[in-house]
Design a protein around this ligand. Structure first.
Ligand SMILES: O=C(O)[C@H]1O[C@H](OP(=O)(O)OP(=O)(O)OC[C@H]2O[C@@H](n3ccc(=O)[nH]c3=O)[C@H](O)[C@@H]2O)[C@H](O)[C@@H](O)[C@H]1O
Length: 444
């Protein structure tokens, strides 16, 4: 039996996985030599496979946190312990009485996931997270976010969104009213290095979440993260939800666009209430180290040169950088205004809400200006290298039209890039503190 694509890729990066996939590729090509070799190969593979599963199942009981399997396992398996069940139940307990939600936040140890989970918990909703803690960027940062969440009474399940059995167990244990689906393979340029991880997280993982939600009784309402990148090569500004989104410039964008179409299907067939949010280059404290503002900060402090991309005709690139607190307000408002799903027992009983909103800042800033601001708050001059924008999925600019979110969510971004980066730098220095080689950092 050959493993399926789902078995071969983790939800997010998969250097190890890619190797394994190549290994299976090599093995299968050899199978074609003779019938006996094929039979032998098949039995050996089956035996090895059975042994791996047996080994994993027997060792799972040792895991006090619920016997989860990490994303690198061949087969998903899961054995909840009492302690694990208790943690999930406690985390989901609301502390307010006026119509509280119980929210499953996927990608809870991610940047946006952490902030949204905290906001919901702080106002008294029940929150339980799930995250696979993959190594796309430093795992220690994700673990630190997990610790922060734990301090606020939020339990983050260490598992992959493709683990259907585990998710079903969660839904059986507690009544999840809303799913805030933020787990994804992010990053525009990394898609050329590891395309499979985008398919596995942003498509297979999304479908798995929808499948679980569709079968749940009652079905939860879902709010999920799409991306400004779906506008791709669109040149009409500002980008409106009504503009064309059929020209993605990266596989990342294509998987987010595919997600929007898949959302339509699940809404149409099963009556799931679904809201997609197109985030515009979100930044802030506890952010993602792979993003430009974060990696620039790191390199400026180390005295390393930074590459500043330039578009055609030496035009500066620009982004509608959006501060995390504004994004959190948009996410929470989307949850608050989400109507109930209409399906029952996996069948639709009436039309359900289907929405898409831009969540941007509405004032694009060029990348060199972003660097100017960082220099000011870091009090260090950047070593700028101006290079031609590589053809790896980038787009020259983004700019959100947010009128739909303003009207329907009362969304109103309040933090400009200058203020937001100041807060980011402050956090960065307090988090990485002593590791920074420069001394005069907090002069401002
Ligand atoms: O809105 C989104 O949907 C996406 O936002 C984010 O993508 P981007 O807008 O591309 O952000 P980011 O990488 O910070 O690059 C910012 C700018 O710096 C330029 N850039 C980048 C790197 C570099 O070395 N030099 C450079 O000039 C670069 O050319 C760009 O102009 C998320 O990562 C993505 O996951 C998705 O959520």
């Amino acid at each position: 039996m050959l493993p399926s694509i789902q078995d071969n890729f983790p939800s997010t990066p998969g250097k190890v996985k890619m190797d394994r996939n190549n290994y299976f590729g090599r093995v299968t090509s050899r199978w074609h030599s003779t019938a006996s070799a094929r039979l032998l190969g098949c039995s050996a593979l089956l035996l090895a496979f059975a042994l791996v599963v047996l080994f994993r199942v027997s060792s799972s009981s040792d895991l006090g946190d619920g016997g989860y399997f990490s994303h690198s396992d061949v087969h998903w398996a899961f054995k909840p312990t009492r302690l694990w069940e208790k943690k999930v139940r406690q985390s989901c307990l609301p502390r307010r009485e006026d119509n509280p939600m119980v929210v499953l936040v996927t990608g809870a140890a991610g940047f946006v996931g952490t902030h949204v989970s905290l906001a919901l918990k702080k106002r008294g909703d029940g929150v339980v997270g799930i995250d696979n803690f993959n190594s796309y960027y430093e795992v220690s940062l994700k673990r630190a976010r997990q610790e922060l969440l734990a301090k606020h009474g939020i339990f983050v399940i260490d598992a992959d969104i493709n683990n259907a059995f585990l998710l079903k167990t969660v839904f059986e244990l507690v009544q999840i009213t809303h799913v805030m689906h933020l787990a994804a393979q992010a990053g525009v340029r990394y898609a050329m290095e590891n395309p499979g991880s985008y398919v596995q997280s942003n498509i297979a993982g999304l479908v798995n979440i929808f499948e679980i939600c569709k079968a749940a009784n009652p079905q939860p309402a879902i709010v999920w993260a799409s991306s400004s990148s779906v506008y791709g090569l669109n040149t009409k500004v500002p980008f409106s939800e009504l503009d064309r989104t059929d020209q993605p410039a990266s596989l990342y964008a294509a998987t987010k666009k595919a997600g929007e179409e898949i959302a339509h299907t699940y809404n149409h067939i099963y009556g799931l209430s679904i809201t997609g949010l197109r985030f515009f280059t979100v930044y802030g404290p506890w952010g993602r180290p792979d993003m430009a503002y974060f990696s620039f900060t790191r390199d400026i402090l180390k005295g390393k040169p930074i590459n500043i991309y330039q578009g055609p005709n030496n035009k500066d690139l620009a982004r509608d950088f959006t501060y995390i607190d504004d994004i959190v307000k948009g996410c929470v408002a989307s949850l608050d205004t989400a109507e109930k799903s209409t399906g029952s027992g996996g069948k639709k009983t009436g039309p359900a809400q289907l929405r898409i909103f831009n969540l941007g800042n509405t004032s694009p800033v060029t990348v060199p200006t972003l660097v100017d601001i960082l220099e000011k708050y870091l009090n260090v001059k950047a070593k700028r290298e101006i290079v031609k924008m590589p053809r790896n999925g980038d787009v020259p600019f983004t700019h959100a039209n947010i009128s739909a979110a303003q009207t329907q969510l009362q969304y109103k971004p309040e933090t400009n890039l200058e203020t937001g980066l100041k807060k980011f730098v402050k956090w960065y220095l307090s988090y990485y503190g002593d590791n920074t080689p420069h001394e005069s950092l907090v002069a401002w």
